[in-house]
Design a protein. Sequence first.
Length: 520
Amino acid sequence: MAKILVTEKLADSGLEAMRAAGHEVDVQLEWTKETLLDIIKGKDALVVRSATKVTEEVLQAGKDLKVVGRAGVGLDNVDTKAATALGVMVVNAPESNIISAAEHAIALLLSQARNIPQAHGALVQGRWERSKWEGVEIFGKTIGIVGLGRIGGLVAQRLSGFGVKLVGYDPYISEERAKKYSIELLPLEELVKVADFITIHLPKTKETAGLFNKELFAKAKTGIRIVNAARGGIIDEEALAEAIREGKVAGAALDVFSSEPPTDSPLLELPSVVVTPHLGASTGEAQDKAGEQIAEQIILALAGDFVPYAVNISAKSISEPAKPYLAVAEQLGRFIAGLFDRLPNQLEVEYQGLLAGEEVSMLTLSVLKGVFASATEEPVSYVNAPQLAEEHGLEIREIQSPTAKDRVSLITVRAGNHEVAATLGSDKMPRIVSVDGHSIEVPPAPFMLVVRNNDKPGMIGIVGTILGNADISIRNMAVGQTAGGETALMVLSTEQPIAEQLIEAIRKEKGILEVHQITS
Ligand code: NAD
Ligand code: MLT
């Protein structure tokens, strides 16, 4: 059972799913920057929306954190770089609210074009202001979509029914994607010259912060109108207010602000500006989907499974046949690392049989997780394992070959002069099947002793007597020989770790060639 902290309102269905998976869910909606550093202690997972700033300080305070879940799209409130360095997985729910956000952008655009909120406000106060709130049609107009990802694409699809011309700016998408939505791609400076409306669907990054600024407004078509339901700070609010006052920009519709709630934004005083309080994702449908999707990702992450929406792991997918081998791969990493005092700088992972031809990068990541989990004191996860490999100068080579002698599938890890192979047993649990050329059949266990010796009678007795005299019970034992019978190898699982002096005593016995302890 893991402890999950939820710091913002999350759909009940999401909370229920996490509880049903056996986790303790602590919903704390009242907190300050300071108290957050305290309530995060001892939690394995944190679930937030956009108000909680998951800074490096918060991540450092959450020493037990394994995963941060963002119940929504934007990750600008999560320090993903710091999370990666600390081995904390970051997941989001990227598909959950995109329809709601796209519909909200269109609602804002039409509200701005027809002054709906202003006219509504006047009428409910008793003023029938028909001529004051004359608007503009969007039919026949040019609409610029800036950012043609998931939401930008949905907005384009929905606008195509209005008889508008679509232009777009997004240097990271293909011509094919633009063509699919009948969008003419233009550089941003060209787009602002021809567009009557612009709708922004960018993430907030270093590149996009302040992208819509004084200089850009100066180049824009006079009378342009701007919609932003993406992120505050992409527009320089002072510059936009000035451009509206000057008549360069005819108006704006904004769901997001550089500081939320906006207390002194000059835009709030302008009659041609329509605003909503970050409502893009505020529909029952989007909140249910965000809660359920994030709960699903958190449950997978806590179980150590592959997490499809993890944003800071290098392997982006795993094929169905490869999935059950995640634990095998991790155990192999742990086993091979235990055979060395100091890790060599090259590691080879071979996938044979059914696994050849599958998407296995996630399995290699799992091997690395196992390697570093036993080789370092730092918390190791799928997230920081590649970074640790880089820091330790460990090069990884992947090989795939269709044949696997006598096995459906086999994973073999080689480093220095050691080689360990494992597969899934008929009980679907990992089995080590070969160690340094000795055939053996042993399930991985928390404490294992690997002893290689000359293949002669009495060796098992020697090891058994030393352990027995020290009151160490052996839970499981397997013995294997090399094909030529030169040496033998025993793998013993014990109830508890074995003290270094006992290991030394075994090493000193005649006929013992090497002894390694492998712990989890
Ligand atoms: P996405 O990642 O699918 O799309 C973003 C697009 O922006 C991508 O195509 C990318 O290539 C493009 N892009 C990135 N950097 C760029 C740059 N410097 N110049 C031009 N294009 C660039 O994201 P999405 O799911 O479509 O979300 C878009 C935005 O909407 C995000 O900021 C998200 O946080 C926000 N959002 C807001 C609400 C809300 O409640 N108002 C709801 C959901 C999402
Ligand atoms: C998002 O990025 O998903 C939205 O801004 C919605 C939210 O923060 O809840």
